[in-house]
Design a protein around this ligand. Sequence first.
Ligand SMILES: Cc1cc2nc3c(=O)[nH]c(=O)nc-3n(C[C@H](O)[C@H](O)[C@H](O)COP(=O)(O)OP(=O)(O)OC[C@H]3O[C@@H](n4cnc5c(N)ncnc54)[C@H](O)[C@@H]3O)c2cc1C
Length: 317
Amino acid sequence: MTTVAVLVETRSGEVTQPTFEALTLARSLGTPVAVWLGEAPEAPEVARLGLYGAAEVRVVAVGDEARLPAVAAAALGAATSDAEVMLMVSTFVNKEIATRLALATGAGVVVDAAGAELVDGRVETMQTVFAATWNVRTRIEADRAIVGIRPNTTQAIAGEAPGAATLVEVAADLRQARETVVVVEPVSAPEGVPLAEAPVVVSGGRGTGGDYTLVRELADVLGGAVGASRDATDEGWISHEHMVGQTGTTVTPALYVACGISGAVHHRGGMQASGTIVAVNIDPDAPIFEIADFGVVGDLGDVLPQAIARIRERRAG
Ligand SMILES: Cc1cc2nc3c(=O)[nH]c(=O)nc-3n(C[C@H](O)[C@H](O)[C@H](O)COP(=O)(O)OP(=O)(O)OC[C@H]3O[C@@H](n4cnc5c(N)ncnc54)[C@H](O)[C@@H]3O)c2cc1C
């Protein structure tokens, strides 16, 4: 049976949803083992990893140095020498970890994948590229495959017969690491689920006129994150962490709602692979309607309050 290692992502000590998505995918490829970099996890987190199919949770006790991709890649390599497949959430940092590990182990690597399967004993991945205008299937010919999976591209489902995951401590020699973390200072980040991982994103553009009240309210009732176009962030209406697009964050939520956004190619490049796209725009010829699954021609000041009210009604009923 193929051993599939999954790098665990945590936020405030808790395993993130995209990790469970990766574990769900790992079950379809072989026997998942979770790899935890840092202090040993609490029992509830080990149990949750077991629930999603991890047979083992391998812990490499590495401190703040785990933030350095070179160190994380070395630690991961030590914990996964028996794994034919390695999955990780396709974050900015993990892409560097994936490529470093691939270089060190001779593995084949694909990042930003939307899925993976075993075909004749080899891993094949699915991706959208060039601003989601092409679908690509890649076959990894190397004996070892490392795959970065985009959040929200696999539905996280608990295992049918989950067992208790065994905690295994792994020793790793990290003396070769050439950098040391001197100071760690958290910078302020938007509250809630990060944009790249959110299952629902509601974005506002120049059409908001700078007032994000309705966009935030809609995101709130849908349990989503708030995004923005670059024009809106350049205007200073909302901080740059919210920018979606070529120079902003690439998002692949199940639902993307574009409010007062024209749909310029630079914006589309970061959201076109979303599951369902809804657009609200006063201009019926706005390019965003070319890629929208549902389009509403109207002023967002009229449309969003009605949508918010209907969603609240349905939730209440
Ligand atoms: C190198 C480069 C990189 C870039 N990277 C990015 C990027 O990462 N992300 C990004 O977003 N942009 C990026 N841009 C900018 C991009 O080209 C567009 O200029 C930008 O996306 C437009 O933002 P917008 O849709 O909010 O504004 P506009 O294009 O001005 O569109 C506003 C829309 O709102 C509609 N509208 C107005 N009032 C209302 C209302 N009351 N109700 C409903 N609709 C209304 C209008 O009909 C219009 O369609 C980049 C540009 C360059 C050159």
